[in-house]
Design a protein around this ligand. Structure first.
Ligand code: ADP
Length: 481
């Protein structure tokens, strides 16, 4: 097992921090996965300085060498996805299947960008001036800070680290303090690839200490973040003070619309996956279910019946659909929101309870409130829980108006058998991703991902679109003689 107390990876070597924290398993809070190093601000500065010193050498490294390194990282993540997935499950709470899927998907990000290394092709243009040629090329941005969240600890980081390295940048990664073990495993895999020292660095610690040191540095050139709107706003302000490029993926309040002509069984399956998989802790979760009145009762009845079959339990137990909530703070916050929904007058149709299982963990039942109003704060604020609220509407027009009546806009879904309804929906909704007869959560890795309004800021992530953030354009004018 790796020594998590020496979990800081700075300038190509492993370091202890200035203190340690426990990494508690939310499926069994008596289980400490390990004591984990916490970096000081000085160690963050050392990592930034190492990244700065090494970045040019990495940018100049031959494309095939870069591609091989990214491919190898991806292959190891994929071949070890059972073991790495288990660690993700233990520290985050997601089920065995979800943990394994995340480790596998993380490997796919690296393999995708191994291919993308070789697809860096510039453009030429004729000049408006005689005998002059124009070349448009892309260069690495330079030193990139990456701050990732706990809900997809490895996948989110991988979809940032892989393109950052692909396009020749050096990286300082600060993962969430709730999920450091999977980060140390990825750093260990990267360590084995023989990158120039300092090109990749891992600094562990709180947002307040380590995160703040990174976002306030004038020595980084770009900062990519996934997390809450509050922290995102803080990062936008801090990075703009130094004109550091920034990319933010933040919260959302995604809606799944079920229309009169929907296949109700498809609607139920999509609502279950969208609202309750990952214990509802996804920025793409279907937290609002907007249903036309004709099918409202049928849908709610069938959804409740299906919810009753979902097994909640220890992340590694067989047959578990939903693991525990990730930590105590999130757990307590979820029950405050449940109380808030009751106070507002919402009807609790299913769940809403703490569950006492054989192990002491942060277990709760999947929860459904019905007859809620879109303007209530339970339908406006991101709750990040296995909690969905049903909203009854007259028709598709009213449904679309409600979908868009939010400060967020990451994903929006519709369940319909009508091509007309699907076409209207995809044109009218103000979201970055649209899902038709699919859950709002669950995206591919080779196409852009991101949202509108307060869900995202800056260029899109993933696929070839990632180059907009991780590269900078240079325009060269050449007069050959
Ligand atoms: P969540 O509610 O999902 O924990 P946060 O925005 O608090 O969302 O955390 C997402 C990531 O941002 C984590 O890695 C966290 O440590 C980091 N973070 C939190 N606060 C700050 C901050 N002030 N500066 C930089 N990073 C921060």
């Amino acid at each position: 097992m790796l020594d998590y107390t020496k979990g800081l990876y700075i300038n190509g070597t492993w370091h202890e921090g200035v203190s340690t924290i426990q990494n508690i398993n939310p499926s069994d809070i008596s289980h400490n996965i390990g004591d984990v190093a916490q970096a000081s601000k000085d160690q963050v500065y050392q990592a930034i300085s190492a990244a700065k010193d090494s970045q040019k050498a990495w940018e100049k490294t031959a494309l095939e060498e870069k591609a091989k390194i990214l491919h190898n990282i991806g292959s190891e993540l994929i071949s070890r996805c059972d073991e790495i997935g288990e660690i993700i499950s233990l520290e985050e709470g997601k089920t065995k299947l979800e943990g394994k899927g995340e480790a596998f998907r993380s490997g796919q990000f690296f393999q995708y960008y191994a291919g993308e290394v070789l697809r860096q092709i510039g453009e030429n243009a004729a000049s408006v001036r005689a005998l002059v040629d124009v070349e448009i090329t892309r260069e690495a941005v330079g030193v990139v800070g990456i701050i990732s969240p706990w809900n997809f600890p490895l996948a989110t980081a991988s979809w940032k680290i892989a393109p950052a390295l692909c396009f020749g940048n050096a990286v300082i990664w600060k993962p969430a303090n709730l999920t450091p073990a999977s980060a140390i495993i990825l750093a260990d895999i990267i360590d084995k690839q023989g990158l120039p020292k300092g090109v990749f660095n891992l600094v562990l610690g709180s947002g307040k200490e380590v995160g703040e040191a990174l976002i306030n540095s004038s020595d980084i050139n770009a900062l990519s973040f996934t997390g809450s709107v509050e922290t995102g706003r803080r990062i936008a302000v801090a990075t703009s003070a130094h004109f550091v490029k920034c990319q933010l993926e933040m919260g959302s309040k995604n809606a799944l619309v079920i229309t009169d002509d929907a296949d109700i069984n498809v609607a139920v399956d999509c609502a279950i996956m969208g609202a309750f998989s990952g214990t509802g802790q996804k920025c793409t979760a279907s937290s609002r279910l907007i249903i036309t009145e004709k099918v409202y009762d049928e849908f709610i009845d069938k959804l409740k019946s299906k919810m009753a079959t979902l097994k909640v339990g220890h992340c590694l137990d067989d047959g578990v659909f939903m693991g525990p909530v990730a930590d105590k703070a999130q757990f307590e916050s979820n029950f405050k929101w449940i109380q808030r929904a009751k106070d507002l007058g919402a009807t609790l149709a299913f769940g809403g309870e703490k569950l006492n299982l054989s192990k002491d963990g942060y277990y709760m039942s999947p929860t459904l409130f019905v007859d809620t109003k879109n303007e209530w704060d339970i339908n406006q604020e991101e709750i990040f829980a296995p909690l969905a609220c049903a909203i009854k509407v007259k028709d598709l027009d009213e449904a679309i108006a409600k979908v868009n009546d939010t400060r967020f806009g990451l994903t929006a879904g519709i369940i319909t058998t009508s091509l007309k309804n699907a076409s209207i929906f995809k044109k009218e909704v103000k979201s970055g991703c649209v899902m038709i007869n699919l859950p709002t959560a669950g995206t591919d890795y080779h196409v852009p991902f991101g949202g509108r309004k307060q869900s995202s800021f800056g260029p899109r992530e993933q696929g070839s679109y990632a180059k907009e953030f991780y590269t900078i354009v240079k325009t060269t004018y050449v007069k050959p003689y």
